[in-house]
Design a protein around this ligand. Structure first.
Ligand SMILES: [Zn+2]
Length: 569
């Protein structure tokens, strides 16, 4: 049995994600996980909330909550929304888990033992009023270059000049506004990524399956002059994983925590360990090549801005440890989904957010549109027009209407059981051939994680059934040759079961409804198209399902377009 490990980039904890975030990693990862399971793979699908860092602290402060309490609540909110969208994680973890504490501290100790960590002194802005060091972007002031008075300590967004906090004129804390600041010396651990360059170079050369785009992005980062730099892995913050050398104290690092960029990807492993602790499973056989992970294929899903991080930074941690960790075999990255002439934006509340989407339509409507328009080769744009017309055509007219016509016609002429009588003729044999060819193409696209092509092929499979039904016209045949009509409608009912099985990775709720209506739990992937189309035998009882997909009306479309044209509260 093939074994597939799938991770989705971790959503940050500070708020509800929008549909652009959803389609940029979690949703396509779910599609692939569901497909792999349907094809008989043993799958481990892991995601988690990314909970550390200053933005989490500030969001908690804004909510008037202790940060640990805020994160626990927001994890539950994100988990419930993931469930609402049918995301089939084997585990949805938290980067603040005890498992991640242990593993992050373990990796830091290993990297230190390998001579890849160095303590360096740096000078950083300390805010007396806030009682803490301020990360660069939380120091604000006037830009020495252009005079913009809200420049941040890392960069002026007005003139784009890269800045150091000490460059700012009249600096103040972005948290409290206090100007009672001083520059203090502080010591931090640095991961000597520059020492790992040759090793990463060789490792990337060994990756025969990576998309060319991924390899070229990684190589560019590795070899450009400001490529792989030594990088701080600790921070002067309260919220985070305490800096320890394994389970021992780290002299000089008391009161400091690991930097969120260092601990977040380790949560992919720790999330699997959380799953193991919750279920009695064995996480090492997914992650340690000395403990059974040698036959695992590891696929990661992420937005394109996250590629260098997954192709270089996380592998630097794994390879640098000099332990036999499983590294990624295939990276699937996405461009951006834009919203109605602009960008989705969490900070500006622009676009449709996951909770809002589910409040107006069931998840399958969104899943189908998002996956069939996933920004694979270029950015794509969500418009209400396009959304309504795709849903109405693909889901209501093609798939939903097929199911409705077949089941209602059968009930009215033959009753609520698969009719007996008649045999397949040339039209049925031709349909079997067409579907077998299309299924092979569908599988090839899904295996290659070419999602838009797979969606188009699935739609073509639905269309083939519609065309068959239109040509066969059992409502006409029935008058002269009821046996022939019985054979045709038997084919139709079996097509519904087939569609449920093939469509499940895209629209799992509708798929379940179709199987339930067909009165069967047989969701076996079709290895033999002819046999699959005879799975429901004469006499097998079914029921006429409720409307699978209601059409979106022009009024609804216009109403939603107006309602979501501004920003959320
Ligand atoms: Zn400036």
């Amino acid at each position: 049995m093939p074994r597939t490990l799938i991770t989705s980039a971790l959503p940050y904890i500070n708020g509800i994600k929008h549909l652009g975030n959803l389609v940029g990693s979690q949703l396509p990862a779910d599609l692939y996980a569901r497909y792999c399971r349907a094809r008989g793979h043993e799958v481990m699908f892991v995601c988690a909330t990314d909970e550390h860092g200053t933005p989490a602290e500030l969001a908690a402060r804004k909510a008037g909550q202790p940060v640990a309490e805020y994160c626990a609540e927001m994890w539950q909110v994100q988990k419930d929304l993931a469930d609402g969208f049918g995301l089939s994680f084997d585990h949805f973890g938290r980067s603040s888990s005890p498992q991640n504490h242990r593993l992050t501290q373990h990796f830091a100790a290993r990297l230190d033992d390998e001579g890849l960590i160095e303590q360096r002194a740096s000078r950083q802005v300390y805010s007396h009023a806030d009682g803490r060091f301020l990360p660069d972007r939380y120091v604000e002031g006037t830009c020495p270059n252009c005079g913009y008075d809200r420049a941040r300590g890392d960069q002026c967004e007005n003139c784009t000049k890269q800045l150091d906090p000490t460059d700012l004129i009249d600096p103040r804390s972005a948290i409290s506004g206090s100007t009672d600041l001083e520059v203090r010396e502080t010591r931090h651990l640095y991961l000597l990524q520059s020492k790992l360059r040759d090793r990463l170079d060789r490792w990337i050369d060994e990756q025969k399956d990576w998309p060319i785009l991924t390899t070229s992005i990684a190589k560019k980062w590795l070899h450009d002059c400001d490529g792989l730099q030594d990088r701080g892995i600790t921070r002067d913050l309260d919220w985070g994983i305490p800096v320890m050398k394994g389970d021992a104290p780290w002299p000089g690092m008391e009161g400091k925590v690991f930097y969120v960029w260092f601990d977040a990807p380790i949560e992919y492993i720790a999330g699997t360990a959380e799953w193991a602790d919750a279920t009695g499973g064995d996480w090492e056989r997914w992650w340690r090549t000395d403990n059974g992970a040698d036959d695992v294929r590891y696929v990661q899903f992420m937005g394109k801005d996250n590629v260098p991080f997954h192709a270089l930074s996380f592998p630097a941690t794994l390879l640098g440890s000099n332990e036999p960790w499983k590294t990624v075999d295939y990276l699937k990255s996405f461009n951006y989904l834009n919203y109605d002439g602009g960008q989705f934006s969490t900070s500006q509340g622009r676009g449709v957010f996951m909770d809002q989407a589910l409040s107006i339509l069931p998840s399958d409507y969104w899943r189908w549109w998002l996956l069939s328009h996933v920004p694979e080769s270029s950015d794509t744009e969500f418009t209400w027009d396009n959304f309504a017309s795709s849903v109405n055509k693909d889901l209501a007219d093609v798939l939903g209407n097929f199911v409705s016509r077949v089941t209602k016609f059968c009930r009215s002429r033959f009753g609520e059981a698969v009719p007996d009588g008649g045999t397949w003729g040339a039209a049925e044999e031709a349909l079997v051939q067409t579907l077998a060819t299309r299924l092979a193409a569908y599988q090839a696209h899904m295996d290659a994680i070419e999602i838009r092509k797979a969606a188009a092929e699935l739609r073509a499979i639905w269309v083939a059934g519609n065309e068959y039904l239109q040509d066969a016209a059992p409502w006409a045949t029935f008058k002269d040759d009821p046996d022939r009509a019985a054979a045709q409608i038997r084919m139709g009912l079996n097509l519904i079961r087939l569609y449920a099985v093939l469509s499940r990775p895209f629209i799992p709720a509708a798929s379940d409804a179709m199987l339930a209506a067909m009165g069967t739990g047989d969701d076996a992937w079709p290895d033999d198209m002819r046999a699959a189309l005879m799975a429901l035998p004469p006499g097998h009882a079914f029921t006429v399902p409720d409307v699978l997909f209601a059409k979106i009306t022009d009024d609804q479309r216009d109403d939603w377009a107006a309602r979501f044209s501004g920003t959320r509260d």
